[in-house]
Design a binder for this molecule. Structure first.
Ligand code: AMP
Length: 292
């Protein structure tokens, strides 16, 4: 499998083969309409209904594979792109795998800010990002690279602080640690090779559009309701929809159907006011894909 072998315009997309990002990444690809069979032992799977081949590899390697053209597109955590120093096209965040890379120290200890780390030992699984962060804060600390269970390093007495991924903070607290600074915010991201061959630019854009449309759809709901015609102005005030709602005359004279796309967040706060404004038979539907 050479990086630049001719592929008849087939797009190659790398997905994490295990870990937290694996399942949501594969679900996203399926939700975008790409059909494939997944076998845990298989590294490479062609899609059955589109010229797209999926490569299942370690999330840590996806930035570099994308940079080197082994794949055209990749889905991985933005923290891993930063840590790999991968030079890839970026810009589409995917709304899952949210976490923060944080500096954490023993609760009640003397270190209370990153500047207190001068001359101290910091354990991390993100040495490159951590080194750049400390340098940016003019801190000279000794880094030790730890893969997994970074939080126990201070307990074991091998480090004064850690730089690690945090989602809820529960693991930190369990290990007697508290965050004192955020190095970066991360979420899953679609990245692309920056030097795509001309015959793959358009197919890659197509795949990107399909994935982006699922992400856009996940943030919205389709709202349908009936109302007396005279209630329409009041209802429009309640719906902060995308553009103008669709209004259709019902067979019942004096009644209309109103359809609108609204943000999924805060939707529940709209339903009562809509009913109070005269809406009835209110339906809330998911949106599979949305292209603006
Ligand atoms: P994993 O393979 O499960 O160790 O995690 C791979 C990636 O999942 C990380 O590099 C992050 O991009 C992302 N992630 C999301 N939430 C968390 C979390 N709470 N802890 C660690 N990684 C997370």
């Amino acid at each position: 499998m050479s990086a630049r072998s001719p592929r008849d315009g087939r797009v190659r997309l790398a997905l994490p083969n295990k870990g937290r990002l694996a399942q949501p990444a594969a679900t996203l690809v399926r939700d975008a309409g790409f059909e494939f069979e997944q076998d845990a032992r298989q590294l490479f799977t062609p899609c059955q209904n589109y010229p797209l081949d999926l490569l299942f590899v370690r999330a840590e390697d996806i930035g570099e594979y994308t940079q080197d053209g082994v794949v055209d597109l990749g889905i991985t955590g933005s923290n891993l792109i930063e840590e790999a120093g991968a030079r890839v096209g970026r810009g589409l965040t995917l709304g899952f795998g949210h976490c923060r890379l944080q500096v954490a120290v023993p609760t009640g200890g003397k270190v209370t800010s990153p500047s207190d780390l001068n001359g101290k030992v910091v354990a991390t699984s993100h040495p490159r990002t951590t080194a750049a962060y400390l340098k940016g804060h003019h801190v000279s600390a000794r880094l030790i690279e730890v893969n997994g269970a970074v939080e126990v390093a201070p307990l074991l007495g091998v480090a004064d602080a850690i730089v690690d991924l945090v989602a809820t903070g529960t693991t930190l607290a369990t290990n007697g640690l508290r965050p004192i600074a955020t190095v970066l915010e991360s979420e899953a991201e679609l990245v692309r090779n920056s030097e795509l061959p001309p015959d793959r630019i358009r197919p890659c854009e197509q795949v990107t559009l399909m994935l982006a449309s699922v992400i856009a759809g996940r943030g919205k709901k389709y709202l349908m309701m009936n109302a007396p015609t005279e209630s329409l102005p009041g209802i429009r005030e309640v719906i902060p929809g995308m553009g103008s709602p669709s209004v259709m005359q019902l067979a019942d004279p004096g009644m209309v159907a109103i359809h609108a796309v609204v943000d999924a967040t805060g939707l529940w706060e709209l339903l009562g006011p809509l009913r109070d404004a005269g809406a009835s038979s209110i339906l809330v539907l998911p949106i599979e894909q949305l292209i603006l």
